[in-house]
Design a protein around this ligand. Structure first.
Ligand SMILES: [Zn+2]
Length: 481
């Protein structure tokens, strides 16, 4: 029998605010444990939450970015009650029943095929603390409350995904727009983006859904893809044996590359949701959403399309040049300053991207100012320095000394190309005069000897002759003898 997997995705991203969602504590990552807490986020008696306006605005920004058809008019909050050592209040303040927004969508691409994935809802809520289990003999656990109350955006997709590759593409597309719009830094290593896929399998052609399981503890897109593939196979195995899949939350074990059941999934009624009595609902107003919509930056898909049509670059180049807002701004600044989008794109894709990969370039603080790179591109176009020398010598020098002007670098390194035709002609004439035998052979048809003459000129000029002009001069002189 053939089977089909139905995959939905629940994603949490940390909203990019300076302070927590219901108190003024910092959200900065990496501080000493329990140094960013207060009575509110520790849930001490009598402490009252105050909603962070920025968190709501970023939630709305996400609603607009993900093209949600429905944005709630009054955002209300609810208590989700459960006990866990990382949750000092004994409840989480979240949204229930009326999420911030519904019915959004995002386009993904898998193997050249476009597909639209529905977004069921977006809501804002607070994060819990972090348990640190000691390894070794002492059987103790520690808790860090710094993360308690950090604002999260929950993004729940429709069950529109069918394969592990689609799930991966969805997460990548989501991360891209979220980062682009400045909603979250979505850094998975810092726990700023967490993904929990749910999976069910049914015989192909069936309408009814199978029993779903949920996957937790996935810290990279690769693991999401692998865990989903594992889970699909596991479900199929159970169905093939004529058994029933049990609803469960599965924990992915990266080392063993397998998922095992964590606990039986709670139902919504287990949480005893009720309206949060300490926070009044906030009226969002249409103006705020309209204003956010107007201020939304150009999103990656649109930007890539504009780069292709506006600068005449290839889609693969556009993908690199628009890989983040900072890179895109840099590319456009270079392209405008040098007047050649194609050359600018070649530099970004080749030289700049390598510098980024080697950790020599911070995309948010470019080591070589856009105007300086543009000036270097113009020097190459004018024949003042060869393309190879610019890439391999001048650019690295500028990377090391950010103040260095490309003109200065070219001169300091002695790389200024000889493009003065009269001077080069004299050298060419000398080389021709010194090699009468080769000249005769060339004229009898041994055209590959041209390379020999070019080499001689290069040797005479210590490699600084403009090869294009040398070639032209040699062809003309050798032909007209
Ligand atoms: Zn606090």
């Amino acid at each position: 029998m053939e089977y089909e997997a139905i995959i939905g995705m629940e994603v949490h991203v940390q909203l990019k605010t300076a302070s927590k969602i219901y108190c003024g504590c910092s959200t900065a990552f990496g501080a000493e444990p329990n140094t960013q807490t207060c009575p509110v986020c520790l849930g001490l008696p009598g402490a009252l939450p105050v909603l962070n306006r920025k968190a709501v605005e970023l939630g709305l920004k996400a609603a607009v970015t993900l093209v949600c058809d429905e944005i709630v008019e009054r955002a209300a909050f609810a208590r989700k009650n459960y006990f866990y050592p990382d949750l000092p209040k004994g409840y989480q303040i979240t949204q229930f029943g009326a999420p911030l927004a519904r019915h959004g969508r995002i386009e993904i691409e898998v193997e050249g095929q476009q597909k639209e994935i529905g977004i069921r809802h977006l809501l804002i809520e607070e994060d819990a603390g972090k348990l640190i289990h000691s390894e070794g003999e002492s059987d103790v656990s520690f808790v860090d409350f710094n993360r308690c109350g950090v604002p999260l955006l929950e993004i729940v997709s429709e069950p529109d995904l069918r394969t592990p590759a689609e799930a991966h593409a969805y997460l990548a597309a989501l991360k891209e727009v979220i980062e682009y719009a400045g909603i979250s830094d979505a850094d998975m290593e810092k726990g700023q983006m967490r993904c929990e896929p749910n999976i069910s399998v049914r015989p192909r052609g069936y309408k009814e859904f199978g029993t779903r399981t949920e996957l937790k503890n996935l810290n990279s897109f690769r693991n999401v893809e692998r865990a989903i593939a594992f889970e699909i196979e596991r479900h199929i195995g159970i169905l093939e044996r004529g058994e029933k899949v049990e609803q469960a939350t599965m924990l992915w074990d990266e080392r063993a590359q397998r998922a095992s059941p964590m606990r039986v999934k709670e139902e919504a009624h287990d949480y005893r949701y009720f309206p949060e009595p300490d926070l009044t609902a906030v009226t969002l107003g249409r103006d705020l959403a309209a204003q956010i919509r107007a201020e939304l930056p150009e999103l990656p898909r649109a930007k890539r399309a504009r780069f292709v049509s506006g600068y005449g670059i290839a889609p693969e180049q556009a993908a690199v040049c628009a890989s983040s807002p900072a890179v895109a701004d840099y590319f456009e600044a270079v392209a405008k300053a040098c007047g050649d989008g194609n050359e600018a794109a070649k530099w970004i894709v080749g030289v700049v991207a390598s510098a980024v990969n080697e950790g020599k370039w911070d995309v948010n603080a470019p080591s070589v100012a856009a105007e300086k790179l543009a000036a270097l591109i113009r020097l190459v176009a004018d024949g003042a320095v060869s393309g190879i020398a610019a890439r391999e010598n001048v650019f690295p020098a500028m990377l090391e000394r950010p103040g260095l002007e490309p003109e200065e670098a070219v001169d300091e390194l002695g790389l200024r190309q000889m493009s003065d035709e009269a001077r080069l002609e004299a050298v060419v004439d000398r080389v021709i005069a010194a090699n009468p035998g080769e000249v005769v052979r060339y004229r009898r048809g041994e055209e590959k000897l041209l390379g020999y003459f070019v080499g001689q000129v290069m040797e005479e000029t210590k490699g600084r002759a403009n090869p294009k002009i040398v070639n032209q001069l040699l062809r003309r002189k050798l032909a007209s003898g």
